[in-house]
Design a protein. Structure first.
Length: 191
């Protein structure tokens, strides 16, 4: 696994400006808003005071997995900040979906044993996106956006899949030809 991290205030400023210009959708937008609050506290050097530090800890308690046991014990009176409810999950552009797919998508060629096939296997092409159950509305909106696919629940995730051959050839392949994915996902798409 490779991690890309942005840690300096100078570089975080670029990141904040980017997401202010190109807003996230789904629950990630709510987390970005909290992250930006912590950034502003640090930018103003408020984090150097006990009050500022506690504000950041309260924000951290609302992000991702919350506070570790160590932080919870060290700051027992910290109340989590309520996250905003992000209702707008409209996909704003095809480039957004291409970027989302670059990070979260999969292109599969699935071989399944089949007694009905002369070669003994049937071939299925599959396009898939997976997200935590908190983003169910986004996953379901993909059906309308791409005019294809289904959504299934798998443990704590929702999986959007396109498996129909005609939908793959008439919708998915042309979409990503016009709005390419990058990195290793482009190799999977080309396969």
């Amino acid at each position: 696994m490779i991690h890309f991290r942005v840690e300096s205030i100078k570089d975080l400023t670029k990141l904040i400006n980017h997401f202010d210009s190109y807003p996230l959708i789904t629950k990630k937008q709510a987390e970005f808003i909290l992250f930006k609050k912590a950034y502003l506290i640090m930018l103003n050097k408020e984090h150097l005071t006990r009050d500022g530090l506690e504000k950041i800890i309260a924000i951290k308690s609302s992000l991702n997995k919350g506070l570790s046991n160590t932080l919870s014990l060290a700051f027992p009176n910290i109340a989590a900040i309520e996250k905003l409810s992000v209702i707008d999950i409209r996909i704003s552009s095809p480039q957004w979906l291409a970027g989302f797919t670059t990070g979260e998508g999969c292109f599969y060629i699935k071989l399944v044993k089949s007694i009905n096939s002369r070669q003994g296997f049937s071939v299925q092409l599959l396009f898939q996106l997976t997200q935590h159950t908190r983003d169910e509305l986004l996953m379901r909106s993909l059906i309308d956006y791409l005019n294809s696919g289904t959504v299934i629940k798998d443990k704590d995730t929702y999986v959007f899949q396109v498996t129909k051959f005609l939908d793959i050839t008439d919708k998915i392949i042309p979409f990503f030809k016009d709005y390419p994915v990058i990195g290793s996902k482009s190799e999977d798409y080309n396969d």
